[in-house]
Ligand binder design. Structure first.
Ligand SMILES: *[C@@H]1O[C@H](CO)[C@@H](O)[C@H](O)[C@H]1NC(C)=O
Length: 181
């Protein structure tokens, strides 16, 4: 059994080594130079491929290259990580993929038209069944609203009656309350 494992290992070893060598020689350094199979980045960049810019809020740096403070929307040791408020970082780690209906570089913007579009799409996707659900919901809402108005009118009428010893007609109060101020 051990012999077999060793044999397999010996067969695979050259494959693994050659793969590593190949990966090293194809390593792309976007803002830096390849040295001994690693990227040495220019001062403003970090990452395996020197692909991430340091988003410092000023040109000042510590000796080790870290920022004094980050620009808004960035964090990490070198301020290289983008913060997506309502979404997630894409696979390159450079931009945000926003959840609907959010937008903007950090997924923190909410535009009225995107919100409308989202809910229109939802209603559209729900189709006729959705419409059928919406009708009783509207009826319910309308009913509740009416009941609430009635109760309010009654309350105001009793209050007025108590205070001024008057007989107040609920209907009169209702029409009064219905008027826009
Ligand atoms: C760099 O230096 C600052 C200040 O001395 C320190 O707070 C920070 O942890 C250091 N970062 C690294 C990556 O060494």
């Amino acid at each position: 059994m051990r012999l077999l494992a060793s044999a397999i290992f010996l067969v695979l070893l050259p494959l693994i080594v050659s793969q590593r060598v190949r990966m090293r020689s194809t390593l792309v350094c976007k803002n830096g130079e390849r040295v001994d199979g690693r990227c040495m980045c220019t001062p403003d960049y970090v990452g395996r491929h020197c692909e991430k810019k340091k988003m410092c809020d000023s040109f000042r740096r510590y000796h080790n290259g870290t920022c004094f403070a980050c620009l808004e929307g960035y964090s990490g040791e070198f301020c290289e990580d983008i913060q997506c408020v309502n979404g997630e970082v894409d696979k390159n780690g450079l931009a945000c993929i926003c959840e609907k209906p959010y937008s903007g570089p950090f997924c923190s913007d909410l535009n009225t038209k995107d919100v409308y579009r989202l809910y229109n799409n939802r209603a559209y996707m729900m189709g006729p069944l959705g419409a059928l659900c919406i009708i009783p919901m509207c009826a319910l809402f309308y009913g509740c609203e009416r009941m609430a108005r009635k109760r309010q009118a009654k309350r105001v009428a009793t209050m007025l009656g108590d205070v001024q010893n008057l007989t107040v007609h609920t209907d009169a109060v209702k029409s009064l309350l219905a008027e826009d101020v």
